[in-house]
Design a protein around this ligand. Structure first.
Ligand SMILES: [Zn+2]
Length: 253
């Protein structure tokens, strides 16, 4: 829980953070989805991003140096997702590890963070239950150039999903949401993507079909990065995501 004392301490640390609004604007200038947040909502996005930085620790993977601008950009992407929720949705883990490029997880060994890797794989990102989020900076940067792709949104979606029963595509739903409707809606969307993939015209990254957890993460990327086509192709999924994230990226202004 984030109690009053912790909040008071955080407010004091926030006031002393050496980050200006101009530095933040610079760091996120090339990430289009942040432009949806204007006026008061933009100020809130800035403030919540600073709180995210205070609550999390950034480390470079290998000898990579993570700059303050990189931290600001990654934190902003993470915070955009919870602008309709609360930063508390990211409680229970602390570390964001940023690699220079796609990284290889070592085979069958425990690393310095206590993560057991069962096989060597080249990854753009990875999220561990109650553990760190790992990101490749090259892939974070690609968010601005490849439509519908965002490794930060992807891994943070896994983090939200993990808040109830692992990354299984069933995050904790809000009071008044219907778990059966959520399940049925996503199951129909899964079938639609499977068929589109068979016909050679997938409307989402077919990686989504790995498992329901990946489906939720990939479709979350699309919800924030390319909401127009998502709403056209899968309006019911769009509606469920708008209820879950308590945001409507298509009508944000
Ligand atoms: Zn994933």
């Amino acid at each position: 829980m984030f109690d009053r004392t912790r909040l008071w301490l955080e407010n004091r640390r926030l006031a002393r953070l050496p980050v200006t609004r101009a530095q933040w604007e610079d760091a996120i200038a090339d990430w289009a989805p942040a432009r949806r947040y204007q006026g008061e909502r933009r100020e809130r996005l800035f403030q919540q991003t600073l709180r995210f930085l205070l609550r999390k620790e950034f480390r470079g993977g290998g000898d990579f140096q993570v700059t303050p601008a990189m931290e600001l950009k990654i934190a902003t992407m993470a915070v955009v997702m919870i602008m309709g929720l609360d930063l508390g949705w990211y409680d229970g883990w602390y570390t964001v590890i940023v690699y220079e490029d796609a990284f290889v997880t070592p085979g069958d060994e425990m690393d310095e963070f206590g993560i057991v890797h069962s096989e060597g794989r080249v990854l753009a990102g990875e999220a561990w239950d109650r553990g760190p989020v790992l990101l490749s900076w090259q892939d974070v940067q690609a968010a601005s150039s490849e439509p519908g792709f965002n490794v930060v949104l992807h891994e943070m979606a896994h983090k939200l999903d993990m808040r109830s029963g692992g990354a299984n595509g069933a995050p904790p739903l809000h009071h008044g949401m219907d778990a059966r409707l959520w399940h049925d809606t996503f199951t129909r969307a899964w079938s639609a993507l499977e068929q589109a993939e068979r016909e050679g015209e997938p409307f989402l990254d077919p990686y989504a079909l790995q498992d329901p957890g990946e489906f939720f993460a990939v479709i979350t990327e699309s919800f924030f990065e390319t909401p127009e086509p998502l709403e056209q192709i899968l309006p019911e999924v769009y509606g469920q995501l708008a209820l879950f994230y308590r945001q409507d990226p298509l009508h944000a202004h």
